[in-house]
Design a protein around this ligand. Structure first.
Ligand code: ATP
Length: 604
């Protein structure tokens, strides 16, 4: 059997520190990243090709318009032929209209293409999130994930919609203007070209400054979003400890920092743009001087039309340089976002189901842990040599102090992690040889947090069996003796539960989760008992429901209630990742060891 810890299936486990580093790492201009970003347009090839056509047309249109102006001045105007001038102007006007129509389509195609590409990416990203291993969620803050799907994808959208195609138009415009300029006056063109090193140096200086400032602004933004996400999830704690003011102060300092960094970016841009403009104007003055001299000296064979045309072309040549400067800053933002998003999309799960794993129609309720050792980090095991056996229909209670390893055993049972050594067997078959999907199909998991999704109670119950009929749902609720409780809610099964079940009481939420698990009719049930104490009546109902839920199933319960432990066929007592005692409640009590002292704490 192939052990799934081989090098090819294992990647370095991410730690929170890795994640923070990833967030703030330097992004360099990288052609392969640019190409990959551009490849996002591949599924929309037709639209992209139409867009590219409009880009080429746009790039050539303005220089042609300029060229036509020169032709009119040097042609019919110089000859004093007004009729011809009118005709030429009508032609020019037609070209102007065509230019603007192309401009309209250029923008429209780019916006649709960018939106389509980003839409694909959002879906792909969400699908990937659904498959990410538990370890990813243990080491990644919610705010970071949200900023991936919001600001990172947004900067990517700008990259596709604007940077690519605007840059192409601008670069094309420069090339065509240059060709026309060379055609008209090579000497004047050389003067224009002399400006290139100045622009290049200026750009270099500006680039690094803006890139640094932009990165700092993005870092601070991700801190802001992470704080918002954390504050919302932890609002109860905040209010409970009256920390609102302190949190508001912390948030204010973060947004202030973010604002000042944004101002820094704006300042860098504000200095760069006038500098560029000054350079352009300076060179235009130089051109007027030399061009004017040429016109005044007939030996130079330069006409006034040529000079006017040349100025227009020089302007067309200079204008894109400023635009490209801004586009560059946007491109760097898009690349930074793209790099982070692609990193998530490319990340391999720590392990995948072995190719030889079998999709079982049913799994056995006979579960054996054989000498299992496991750690979330390879060098820090949290479970040591765990061995026990649960026969079909038996219930196993896991007890122990906090951090003793109860949830870790549950995580292994659910195949959310794989053991580092030892075996977990279902009906004699190693868990590695059973596909996760077939395991989860026949396994019910009820967690302590009682997670409910936004929607109705009916939707939430059906989550475990989407095709269940209303009758089946009602029957499940009746079986667990909570039909009256659900029906007494304002809109019965159609009551909206709000985000995370906010509009239901703790007991009601638990009941809904039990019905959800019952409906799926799992062979194996994993139950993390809620620790919160409920009123006596609800408590009784919950106990009854648990009893019914467990009937005929192999169950593993992280037990917090004495009554659950009493009914268990096997009680595993855990301490620091080891089973220190195992047996029934009575036999363990009789032993008078670790369990009996733990029991004292349960009772009192
Ligand atoms: N995602 C994780 N990454 C790293 N270590 C973890 C992770 N989850 C748990 N641990 C560590 O594993 C050990 C066992 O934790 P586990 O959650 O299994 O205990 P537990 O008995 O279920 O505790 P509790 O009753 O408080 O839920 C602890 O030392 C804990 O710090």
């Amino acid at each position: 059997m192939k052990k799934e810890t081989s090098k090819d299936t294992l990647v370095k486990r991410a730690s929170p520190a890795d994640e923070v580093e990833e967030q703030f790492q330097t992004v360099h201009f990288n052609w392969s990243l640019v190409r990959r970003l551009f490849d996002l347009t591949l599924p929309h090839r037709k639209l992209r090709d139409k867009l590219l056509l409009t880009v080429v047309l746009r790039a050539i249109q303005l220089p042609i318009l300029t060229w036509m102006i020169g032709v009119i001045i040097d042609g019919p105007i110089r000859r004093g032929d007004f009729g011809q001038t009118l005709l030429y102007c009508a032609g020019l006007l037609l070209l102007v209209v065509f230019t603007e129509v192309v401009f309209y389509y250029r923008m429209k195609f780019a916006l649709i293409l960018g939106e389509n590409a980003v839409n694909d990416l959002r879906r792909e990203f969400f699908a990937k999130l659904q498959q990410m291993p538990m370890s990813y969620y243990h080491t990644t803050r919610l705010g970071r994930i949200i900023s991936r799907v919001t600001s990172d994808i947004e900067s990517l959208r700008v990259g596709i919609q604007q940077v690519f195609f605007v840059s192409m138009v601008q670069a094309g415009q420069m090339i065509f203007s240059a060709i026309f300029m060379i055609y008209y006056d090579f000497v004047l063109f050389c003067i224009v070209l002399a400006m290139a090193p100045v622009i290049y140096l200026l750009n270099q200086q500006f680039r690094s400054h803006v890139t640094r400032a932009t990165r700092s602004a993005m870092e601070s933004w991700s801190r802001v979003t992470a704080t918002i996400a954390e504050s919302v999830s932890g609002i109860r704690v905040t209010q409970g400890y009256s920390r609102q003011e302190r949190n508001a102060r912390l948030f204010k300092s973060q947004v202030d920092e973010h604002s000042s960094l944004n101002v820094e970016v704006a300042r860098a841009q504000a200095v760069f743009q006038p500098l560029l403009e000054f350079n352009s104007q300076f060179f235009i003055v130089a051109l007027i001087l030399i061009g004017g001299w040429q016109v005044l000296h007939p030996s130079a064979a330069t006409s006034i039309g040529d000079i006017i045309q040349f100025f227009f072309l020089a302007n067309l040549f200079f204008a894109p340089i400023q635009v490209l400067g801004t586009q560059y800053a946007m491109l760097m933002q898009a690349l930074a976002g793209a790099e982070r998003i692609f990193k998530v999309l490319d990340s391999e799960p720590e392990w995948t189901d072995s190719p030889t794993a079998i999709d079982l129609p049913d799994i056995s309720g006979h579960v054996i842990f054989r000498d299992v050792t496991f750690g979330y980090h390879k060098d820090r095991p949290v479970l040591h040599s765990i061995s026990f056996e649960a026969r079909p229909g038996q219930s196993v209670a896991l007890v122990g102090h906090t951090g003793s390893g109860k949830s870790s055993i549950i995580n292994l049972l659910g195949k959310f992690y794989l053991p580092d050594s030892g075996q977990i067997l279902f009906g004699g078959r190693d868990i590695r040889e059973i596909t996760s999907s077939s395991l989860h199909r026949r396994m019910g998991i009820v967690q302590q947090q009682n997670f409910l999704f936004t929607g109705t109670i009916l939707d939430n119950i059906r989550f475990s069996k989407p095709l269940a009929t209303n009758l089946e749902v009602i029957e499940a609720a009746r079986n667990l003796d909570c039909l009256d409780m659900i029906e007494s809610l304002p809109e019965g099964f159609n009551t909206q539960v709000g985000e995370k079940g906010a509009s239901l009481s703790l007991g009601q939420r638990q009941m809904v989760c039990f019905v959800r698990a019952f409906l799926a009719d799992p062979r194996i049930l994993i139950l993390d008992e809620a620790t919160s104490s409920l009123d006596v009546l609800t408590e009784k109902r919950i106990q009854n429901a648990i009893g019914k839920l467990l009937e005929g199933r192999t169950s593993f319960i992280v037990a917090h209630r004495l009554s659950t432990i009493r009914h268990a066929n096997l009680v595993l007592v855990l301490d620091q990742g080891r089973i220190v005692e195992a047996g029934t409640h009575e036999s363990l009590l009789a032993l008078g060891g670790y369990y009996s002292s733990l029991h004292e704490q349960f009772v009192h």
